[in-house]
Structure formats: structure tokens, C-alpha cells
Design a protein around this ligand. Structure first.
Ligand SMILES: Cc1cc2nc3c(=O)[nH]c(=O)nc-3n(C[C@H](O)[C@H](O)[C@H](O)COP(=O)(O)OP(=O)(O)OC[C@H]3O[C@@H](n4cnc5c(N)ncnc54)[C@H](O)[C@@H]3O)c2cc1C
Length: 483
């Protein structure tokens, strides 16, 4: 089958790439075609789970403020961002029937607060602009041929036969003049993002910078059950099959950029007794300091969540990129929480002593143990549900040292949750080998990359989707213009 432009991956970047390309082709009026190949039964699986199902699809900060949240080469991303700014993206959605709202921190959401609306709008825009979206079509290999590319794919077809679903799988070949790879990273592989694009990038001569999970949970020492799952590597590539030109099956070797992490702690590793005490607690307006080998390397203010994964929420995620890198490099990582950042240590100490006096002189305190009274007093300073975890991790705390401990609650970090449940993949196709103004490969003419498959990543807050959308749009427009 033939299409002038093929896009591999029907995620955020791929769908917008197709829309961008179709817009240019419509102006040319030569009847050229764009096709998206998506391996999952539905496009946009990952978008559906973004923003806890609400999809924080962009952030409307201007470039100066937006770029401060990008953790990779800002100059590389500037042309793509300026070609489809957050406001232009909102307008693109609006024109296609989806209104959006801007909330705290300049985060934009669909007005309905339903991620499904984002996917539906993108698919509607594809249909209206003549883009063909083929689902259940997994690209296996890419070959460079005269005048373009040839792709070996596996097409799954599903048919209802009475009560059961009949599934047929057959090989299909696609050919194109221009190819856009928008296969995402490695995070949440269940959504279809399993790093396939990195393999082809390497085969086509590109460097792939080592991938690390980012915006992920950090696991304090003792938080998870020290069972044999900890540290085990689940290799997404184990057993992966590749269909070569002769269609014989062979096991792909594990790519050299595919990381093995000693400090990876599977999300499903059960919580320890201590972890259970933490789990489900959220703290607002606290300060978190990240220490690497004893040096404070990052300080952030905001909210933190203790989940079944570990330390998460905006604060946990903000420091996770650096923390994961340090852990992978074998450095000692710890965090310190200041639960009362707005109160001076001396004032807090006076507060603690005043509360202690109140508690011990309360009629109801008669006959109660010291431990019980101390916990009651602590419960006046931090959420009651967190008091046991606090006391367990600070067994020597006293009335005199409580203020200092509340301002410096230290936890050593044992490891991190991996690609199975991280938000974004840091690392990927090396951007120095891609033309920033077009997103075309410097190694292979006619080949473009967009979205998370590239070595681009940013903070939480709508920044990552904006980068996926704007790189997709630029790659699509550039591919179409170059036809
Ligand atoms: C839980 C979660 C919440 C998030 N929330 C937000 C948020 O609120 N705001 C924000 O800005 N960012 C958020 N992100 C990040 C955001 O989802 C990503 O930045 C974005 O989806 C990347 O888009 P992409 O198109 O590059 O990759 P993906 O969305 O991963 O799409 C890649 C597509 O390629 C397909 N594919 C892969 N290999 C093949 C193949 N061989 N053949 C055919 N198709 C293939 C996949 O099936 C997939 O559909 C979140 C991420 C997660 C995991």
C-alpha cells in the first residue's frame, strides 16, 4: 500500500503531525495522501490517561517562562514551539470543536475536563483533512528504498463471530516518500509506547541517548517490602520478535541504549508496614530538598503525595529526574522535607512547647503514656494519619528536637519506579542529529522524528504534551512541504 507521507504512531505527536501535513497538502492540491499507522486497536491511548483523565494538554506560558521548564536542549525546541505556540494549539482544537480552559499554573485543559475529547478532536481533525488512520497496524521494520521507505507491518483484523471475536493477523507492506516516526518513549508500555522508534533510529544511523524514567515515584528506604522483586529488571524487549524481509522470526538483541537499573523498584512491589503508614497521605505547601552525596542539589516548594509507588505528586516528580540520574550513577540520594517552610525554626519550637504544655495539662491526658501524648501533640502540627510514619522514621525525636525535625525530615531514597509507571522518558533520539527547523534527520533524507521518541522532556504541567504536539506539527508540515 502507498501513501505519500506515512506517520508511525497515532499518539499526540503522530496525529498532529498528520494534521499539519494534510494542511500543507490541501494547499498544494495535488491529491497527495497522509496515513497514520498505529499498532494499538485505538489511537491516542496514552493521551486518554494524561492529567488523571483530564488531559492537561498544554501550558500557556510565554516562551521565556515555558522554556524554563524544559529539561533538554531548549534551542532545539524553539522553532517547533514558535511554529505551534500553546495559544495556536488551543485555537487548532477550538477550530475543530474543542474549547479549553486555563487553570492554576497556566495549565490548559479541555473545557469538559475529559481527555477523551482531546483524542476525539484530533481524530475528527484527521478525518476532516483526509488523513487515514490505520489502527491495529504494527510497524516491524523500515527499509530505505529508492524514492522513499518501505515498511513491513503486521495488520490485526477483528471480526465478531457470534459471541466470540475472530482475530486474523497478516503481513502488510506500506511504501511512502516521507516518513515521520512518532512512536513515543518507553513509559506506560501498555499504551503502545515500547521504544520501537529507538531501534529504527539506530538502524538508520542515529545515536540514541540512554533512556531513563522521569517524572516517576522515588521510593524511600524501607517503604517497600524488601522482597526479591526489588531491583529486578523487567525487560520490555525480552522475547520481542522482528519480522525481517524474509519474514522469518528472530529474537531482537537488547539494544545498547536500553537501560538496566539496579535501583529500579517495580511499582507492584508490595508496601512494607512503614509504606502502609505513608500511603494515601498528601501534604500541601511543603518544601522538599534533594541531596546527592550529601550536597543539596535542588529545592522545590509545593505539594507531595505518598502513594503505593513512593514519593509522588508535583514535588516528587520535580526532583525525580535528577534523583533517578544520580541513583543510576551509583550516588547516594536522600530528600529532606520541611513541613513548615513558612515558619521560622525558633517560632516553631516555641509553638511545639506551647502545644506540649496544652496537651500535658489537659484533663483528658491523665494516665496516658508519654508516647500517646506526644503523638496527640504531633497531630496538632501535621495530619494525624501521617503521625505514625513520622514517629517510625524519627524514633529519637523529643519535644526539644521536634521543631528541627519537622523542618528537616530526612529520608534516604532506595530506588525509583521504572518505565512501567513513569510519566515521561528522558533520553531518546539525539537531537543534534536532527534539523531543528524541520525535524528532518541529518542522517537520512525524508525521515522525520517527533514527540517523546526524541531526546526531549520537561516538567509536569502540560509542557510535555505541548512539545509532542508542536514537534509533531512541525515535522508534518516540513515533510509535506518537502514533497
Ligand atoms: C500517566 C501519564 C500522565 C501524563 N499526563 C500528562 C499531562 O497531563 N500533560 C502533559 O503535558 N503530558 C502528560 N504526560 C506525558 C504525555 O503523555 C507524553 O508526553 C505524550 O503522550 C508523548 O506523545 P507521543 O505522541 O510522542 O508518544 P505517545 O503518546 O506515547 O504515542 C506513541 C504512539 O506510537 C504507537 N506506536 C509505538 N510503536 C509503534 C509501532 N511499531 N507501530 C505502530 N505504532 C506504534 C503507540 O502505540 C502510541 O500510540 C503523561 C504521561 C503519562 C504516562
Amino acid at each position: 500500500m502507498r501513501s505519500d507521507i506515512l506517520v508511525i504512531g497515532g499518539g499526540a505527536a503522530g496525529l498532529v503531525a498528520a494534521i499539519g501535513a494534510a494542511g500543507v497538502l490541501a494547499e498544494r492540491g495535488k491529491g497527495e495522501t497522509v496515513t497514520v499507522l498505529e499498532k494499538m486497536p485505538k489511537a491516542g491511548r496514552k493521551v486518554m490517561i494524561t492529567g488523571k483523565g483530564r488531559c492537561n494538554f498544554t501550558n500557556v506560558k510565554d516562551w521565556a517562562d515555558f522554556s524554563a521548564h524544559i529539561r533538554t536542549d531548549v534551542n532545539f525546541l524553539s522553532p517547533a514551539w514558535h511554529n505551534l505556540t500553546p495559544e495556536a494549539l488551543r485555537e487548532l482544537f477550538r477550530k475543530n470543536g474543542m474549547r479549553s480552559v486555563v487553570e492554576r499554573g497556566d495549565r490548559a485543559y479541555p473545557e469538559s475536563h475529559m481527555a477523551g475529547d482531546v483524542v476525539d478532536t484530533l481524530l475528527r481533525a484527521c478525518t476532516l483533512s483526509g488523513v487515514k488512520v490505520v489502527t491495529d497496524c504494527e510497524v516491524k521494520t523500515i527499509d530505505v528504498v529508492s524514492g522513499g521507505f518501505s515498511l513491513d507491518c503486521v495488520q490485526t483484523s477483528r471480526k465478531k463471530v457470534g459471541e466470540r471475536e475472530e482475530i486474523t493477523i497478516e503481513p502488510v507492506e506500506y511504501n511512502c516518500k516521507k516518513l515521520i516516526v512518532a512512536t513515543g518513549g518507553l513509559s506506560y508500555p501498555g499504551t503502545g509506547s515500547t521504544g520501537d522508534g529507538y531501534l529504527w533510529a539506530e538502524e538508520l544511523g542515529h545515536g540514541v541517548d540512554a533512556c531513563l524514567p522521569s517524572l516517576t515515584a522515588l521510593v524511600p528506604v524501607g517503604y517497600k517490602d524488601p522482597n526479591p522483586l526489588a531491583g529486578e529488571i523487567k525487560q520490555a524487549f525480552r522475547g520481542r520478535t522482528v519480522y525481517g524481509r524474509t519474514k522469518e522470526r528472530k529474537i531482537a538483541p537488547l539494544p545498547k541504549w536500553y537501560p538496566r537499573f539496579e535501583k529500579h523498584i517495580e511499582r507492584v512491589t508490595p508496601l512494607s508496614e512503614l509504606g502502609e503508614l505513608f500511603n494515601g497521605n498528601n501534604l500541601e505547601n511543603v518544601q522538599l530538598s534533594l541531596y546527592v552525596n550529601g550536597d543539596c542539589v535542588q529545592q522545590e516548594f509545593g505539594d507531595i503525595e505518598f502513594t503505593d509507588g513512593g514519593l509522588e505528586g508535583p514535588l516528587g516528580f520535580m526532583v525525580s529526574r535528577r534523583a533517578v540520574k544520580a541513583l543510576v550513577d551509583g550516588q547516594k540520594v536522600s530528600v529532606s522535607l520541611d513541613l513548615k517552610p513558612a515558619v521560622e525554626a525558633e517560632k516553631l519550637d516555641a509553638d511545639v512547647h506551647a502545644k506540649w504544655e496544652e496537651v500535658i495539662h489537659d484533663e483528658r491526658s491523665k494516665g496516658q503514656s508519654f508516647q500517646r501524648l506526644f503523638r496527640i501533640m504531633l497531630g496538632k502540627l501535621i495530619p494525624w494519619n501521617l503521625t505514625l510514619a513520622f514517629l517510625k522514621t524519627n524514633p529519637k525525636v523529643s519535644v526539644d528536637t521536634l521543631a528541627a525535625t519537622l523542618k528537616d525530615w530526612k529520608m534516604d531514597i532506595a530506588g525509583f519506579v521504572g518505565f512501567e509507571r513513569c510519566v515521561i522518558t528522558a533520553g531518546g533520539v539525539r537531537t543534534s542529529e536532527i534539523v531543528a527547523k524541520t525535524l528532518e534527520s541529518k542522517k537520512q533524507a525524508g525521515l522525520y522524528f517527533a514527540g517523546e521518541v526524541l531526546d526531549i522532556d520537561a516538567d509536569t504541567g502540560g509542557y510535555n504534551l505541548q512539545l509532542a504536539f508542536c514537534t509533531g506539527y512541525l515535522a508534518g508540515e516540513s515533510a509535506a512541504k518537502s514533497l
